[in-house]
Design a protein around this ligand. Structure first.
Ligand code: PLP
Length: 418
């Protein structure tokens, strides 16, 4: 199948939308991608014909829905090349996946005086859960720094990892700079450092941004945990994936209690309330309560959608567009870029001394949707000594014409505001 971005655009009905009388130019896919018709229709078809609560029913609809959901688990495992289907946990989003690890692994295995390492380019989703827990337990959070090009100085892991280090948790790709970290090299180096001092170091990768741009192979990366959100992958909101190595997941306690995660339970009501309880094995012990069944169906179709286009084609299109955008944006002389030119899918900048909100609001007059603010990456804002940035982020449906329009309007703003 030959690739045409104009055919792809027909799959996304929202791209037809007019805002302020102008055609929408959606450059905010790092926040959330738009949804193709295939995903929308699949969810609708499931609700019309197949919907029922899963796992606990003996009636046909429930049995069929359970089989469909468990098949999606298998599909996700294949998608990221997990060794085992039971390594895939359905969560709400990346944030919930990280909170799960913090509250299951972290709460039970990280002790007073221990430390964990995160990086300077983390999203708050990979900062705040650890901060909250560290306040309760008393462990330290160490920061792996970046250089001026927005690259992790990962050689410093040698100094940061010591006998009390329990976890290295960092992002596969920066949501601000677009830097794709050489995660395989970093993990391998971190494992060497840990081996030298004979400690067990676990590694969590935040895949929220990377998963939409590149094929992920968790076995090849050799991470212990990998998390991502469906809504940044052309799928629905409210569904995400936490991958964890099977033996590790089975050694962790559940973090939330409720229906669906219990193997056996015996409740005695005598003077005191006694519960004798055993939990399901992973992944089900981490899936208390009714799952986002419709979201899982939507996610499955989003994965089909990506498979049909192919990551190879996605990369070709996005890389070409990024090259085009880097070049044409750099012709605006008062545009200051953050990070380096080999960024993927994302460009962060400020226009002269103008506040990012002003630039973003101005572009909105022309239906150009960009993101402005601190991008939930306060450590990074501190590093660059700014309070906000403008960020454009592209996806499979963006075109060179949209970049031309953006450049034209930025030039106009510059002229207007001085
Ligand atoms: N991590 C990164 C790198 C992100 O960019 C984001 C969202 O933008 C998140 C985590 C949080 O994702 P979610 O809001 O889907 O949980």
């Amino acid at each position: 199948m030959t690739f045409s971005v104009y055919s792809i655009r027909k799959d996304f009905p929202i791209l037809e939308k007019k805002i302020n009388g102008q055609s929408l130019v959606y450059l905010d896919s790092a926040a959330s991608t738009q949804k193709p018709l295939q995903v929308i229709e699949k969810e609708k078809e499931f609700i019309y014909n197949k919907y029922a609560a899963i796992h606990r029913g003996v009636h046909s609809l429930s049995i069929e829905a359970t089989m469909i959901v468990e098949k999606v688990r298998q599909q996700v495992a294949c998608f990221i090349n997990a060794k085992n289907t039971e390594e895939i946990i359905f969560v709400k989003n990346t944030t919930e996946g990280i909170n799960l690890i913090a509250n299951s692994y972290g709460r039970n295995f990280i002790k007073l005086g221990d430390n964990i390492i995160i990086s300077q380019m983390e999203h708050h989703a990979n900062i705040v859960p650890w901060y909250l827990l560290s306040k309760q337990i008393g462990f330290n959070i160490r920061i792996l720094p970046i250089n001026n090009n927005g690259k992790l100085i990962f050689e410093q892991l040698d100094k940061l990892i010591d006998s009390r280090t329990k976890l290295l948790s960092f992002t596969h790709m920066s949501n601000v700079l677009g830097t794709v970290n050489p995660v395989k090299d970093i993990i391998s180096y971190a494992r060497q450092c840990a081996k030298k001092i004979a400690i067990q170091l676990y590694i969590l990768l935040d895949g929220a941004q990377s998963i939409m741009h590149q094929k992920v192979n968790v076995q090849d990366l050799d991470c212990d945990f990998y998390v991502f959100s469906g809504h940044k992958l052309y799928g629905p909101t409210g569904i995400g994936i936490l991958y964890g190595k099977k033996s590790l997941l089975n050694s962790l306690p559940p973090w939330q209690g409720g229906g669906g995660m219990i193997d056996k339970i015996n409740i005695t009501l005598s003077k005191s309330f006694i519960i004798d309880i055993t939990y399901e094995k992973a992944p089900w012990k981490f899936e208390a309560g009714t799952l986002n069944i419709i979201g899982i169906i939507g996610l499955s179709e989003a994965l089909n959608y990506i498979d049909n286009i192919g990551y190879k084609q996605i990369c070709i299109h996005e890389n070409e567009l990024m090259k085009y955008a880097n070049y044409h944006l750099s012709t605006i002389n008062s545009l200051h870029f953050y990070g380096s030119e080999d960024r993927q899918g994302i460009i962060a900048f400020n226009l002269g001394n103008h506040h990012a909100y002003d630039v973003g609001s101005f572009l909105n007059n022309y239906a150009i949707a960009i993101r402005t603010g601190h991008h939930c990456a306060s450590l990074l804002m501190n590093f660059y000594k700014v309070s906000s940035m403008c960020r454009i982020s592209i996806a499979i449906y963006n075109t060179k014409e949209e970049i031309d329009f953006l450049v034209k309007k930025l030039q106009y703003i510059k002229k207007l505001l001085g």
